[in-house]
Design a protein around this ligand. Sequence first.
Ligand code: UD1
Ligand code: CA
Length: 464
Amino acid sequence: MPDRAEVSESPPVAAIILAAGKGTRMRSEVHKVLHPIGGRPMLLHLMSALSELAPARQVVVVGDRADQLERALAGTAVQLAVQSPQLGTGHAALQAEAALAGFEGTVIVMFGDTPLLRTGTMRRMVAAVVGTGADGPAIAVLAFRPAEPGAYGRIIADADGTVQKMVEAKDATADELAIDLCNSGLIAVRSEILFSLLRKLGNGNSAGEYYLPDIVMLAAGEGLRTVVLEGDLEEVIGVNSRAELAGAEALFQKRRRAELMDAGVTLVAPETVFLSWDTDLAADSLVEPHVVFGPGVRAGHGALIRAHSHLEGAVLGNGVEVGPFARLRPGTVLGDGAKIGNFVETKMAVLGPGAKANHLTYLGDVEIGAKANIGAGTITCNYDGFLKYRTVIGDGAFIGSNSALVAPVTIGAGAIVAAGSTVTRDVAADALALVRPEQTERPGWAAQFRAAMQARKQSREGGR
Ligand code: UD1
Ligand code: CA
């Protein structure tokens, strides 16, 4: 959690997030920064980490597919600034000038495609230009050392952290390419110098673009101090392609698994469990191997999620048991101690405390009372091809195996539905509903049949 006191004593912080680029390497109709990690768009991960700093202003620079970003950010305090055409990261940052008019403090500039940045790192960057007084650095740059520096911009710095030069890989000499100190894209700048420096940028480079990192050399040329800070490799990876998206997802999963385990949840084989950004399991829950959590899953204390289950939009009480091989879809609510067994699918299904559906069942648009027992093969027939209908099952009711409950229908508390019933009318509390033809029996018939057939078969074989 942020140290609010520390933040409020410092000058205010504003953020510019650059997201106007085409993101061509993703080969997607969807804007690059809206591709999900842990079930949430990349950009929203960044905005959420940023929000802990309580920024005074937040500006997202949009261009390509701006409508998609507008929709994703609707209802937030974020301002949008349009960059058209896209002439580089420095030009993009300059487009935020009007939105930041009158702002005084520290500006952090970030790239929308670095989703794993943590609040602590942002705070460290702000502190590097704020906490050091008037003669301290005017610009701080966040660097990292990837195993393969590849296309990242390189940073040449003195031993004391003063930046000598920042150079894009495209423009770098062989000697510069051999440097492994790379630009993460995150910089913190004192607001009074940012836009005047951005206006001075040139585009005399191999891409013909206005490069944001070039403001660091411009600042140095004006006698301002600059400093490079090193960040954690896992926080600053940039996502430009599907392969890098998968890489970021893997790092995110690792982080979330560790957080859950720290919170007292057992993951028997953590590397096989896939979590959502908001998966929230209380202490002493246990997750068996190969479980996938979509967004919106919460569980109380001591939940047992067994192998090969898939859950999304489900709220689980204390001590519930799910799976193996269960599928919980949105709108599922399980009361304390409820049990959903193998090959059971639930959707908009509210189960009371201690209710059970142990095997092979579809429960959709249904409310099930406490301690009700749903037999194997029960289907709530909730859909007629046009509309959906509800089923209500009372407390302690018993639904026999292979029953079809044709909604809308209500089964009263304590009622019993006989196995194999197709129930189309409401059943009163404590009644028995038996909907099947009466059984008939012919004594000895099977034995006579066998004898007759055997005789026929032998006479045919004998005739050959
Ligand atoms: C950029 C940096 C590089 C750094 C790397 C870290 C520059 C010139 N290069 O390279 O030093 O190592 O990030 O990940 O800054 N954008 C705009 N408008 C534009 C161009 C880009 O808004 O005109 C946005 C993009 O949408 C993206 C971000 O800026 O979110 C970075 O652009 P991208 O093209 O991904 O830069 P890289 O080549 O990765
Ligand atoms: Ca990038």
